[in-house]
Design a protein around this ligand. Structure first.
Ligand SMILES: [Zn+2]
Length: 301
């Protein structure tokens, strides 16, 4: 299916008021790519072609741990997946949309101007009133097989000098809303990179300072992701993040399962066997599993 997405540079024949469906996304904590909020609980993420292909060809087992991807946009062509959400299949909300360079002052294009390409993902913070958000870079290696020597050296050094190499996680962004007289707490990726093991543990303990019932839910969801990675032979989540979102002001009508959402995100450098002529890997992704085990050790303490 080809829909009529146009870029701001070719403003002609607009049929949808873009302000009605695109809003700046307020809950981003990690990464350098600005996300834009789309109607019905979706995010518009600028990405490179590789990440589009990754979502298009993603092995079934990984779909359990990735956010739902409803559509991909390449230039003026939109593809909506067969397993997209009900809303995307019914309403084609992206039809005749012009994607502007910015919305309400927030850029939609990323710095690298790769943004002829977008993916439309489910927003983990959707319908949460006051989400706690944690973005942890996962694994002990972040560069993909296509990285240049300079990039490999830089990213390997970053892993060695941070908690990535020893713990399989590094704090990339964290935001806890103000509550119980405590001020909002926010940690960015630069502060995360500077953290040693103890500082990381202390920050995570603050993040997971939630009711016991919620913490048990976090544990169950982390174990489910670890179990998938244990089975995912040949998958390597280089450079991916674990995104954890917890509702801190649940209403009585919020289903318990919706209080915690955890997904693996950012697959631009990830691979699986047979993907894009990448190297062949055997067995499970030990680096990412180390990260999950570290985190489970903290939430189970
Ligand atoms: Zn959808």
């Amino acid at each position: 299916m080809v829909l009529n997405i146009k870029r701001a540079s070719s403003l002609d024949g607009a049929t949808v008021n873009v302000q009605d469906i695109l809003k700046p996304f307020d809950h981003q904590v990690g990464g350098h790519t600005p996300f834009t909020s789309l109607a019905h609980g979706h995010l518009l993420k600028p990405c490179d072609e590789r990440e589009i292909y990754f979502y298009q060809k993603m092995p079934k087992i990984l779909k359990k741990i990735a956010p739902l991807c409803c559509s991909t946009i390449q230039g003026s062509s939109v593809s909506t997946f067969d397993d997209s959400c009900h809303n995307c299949r019914q309403h084609h909300q992206l039809e005749n949309v012009i994607i502007p360079e910015s919305i309400e002052g927030s850029p939609i294009l990323n710095k690298r101007k790769l943004s002829k390409n977008f993916i439309v993902l489910s927003d983990l913070t959707y319908r949460m009133k006051s989400p706690r958000i944690l973005d942890l870079k996962l694994g002990t290696r972040q560069h993909g097989d296509q990285a240049t020597m300079a990039k490999i050296a830089c990213m390997t050094a970053k892993c060695q000098s941070t908690t990535s190499a020893s713990l399989g996680i590094r704090l990339c962004g964290m935001k806890c809303p103000p509550c119980d007289s405590k001020n909002q707490m926010a940690i960015n990726k630069y502060e995360g990179r500077a953290m040693d093991k103890l500082e990381l543990f202390m920050a995570l303990q603050q993040f997971f300072d939630v009711p016991e019932m919620v913490l048990e839910l976090v544990q169950r969801k982390l174990i489910a992701i670890r179990d998938v990675l244990n089975e995912a032979d040949g998958v390597r989540l280089f450079g991916a993040s674990l995104l954890i979102v917890i509702e801190s002001e649940p209403s009585e009508s919020t289903p318990i399962d919706n209080l915690v959402r955890i997904k693996v995100v950012d697959f631009a450098n990830s691979t699986f066997n047979g993907f894009q002529g990448d190297n062949f890997y055997e067995g499970r992704d030990e680096g990412s599993i180390l990260g999950l085990e570290t985190l489970l050790g903290i939430v189970q303490a």
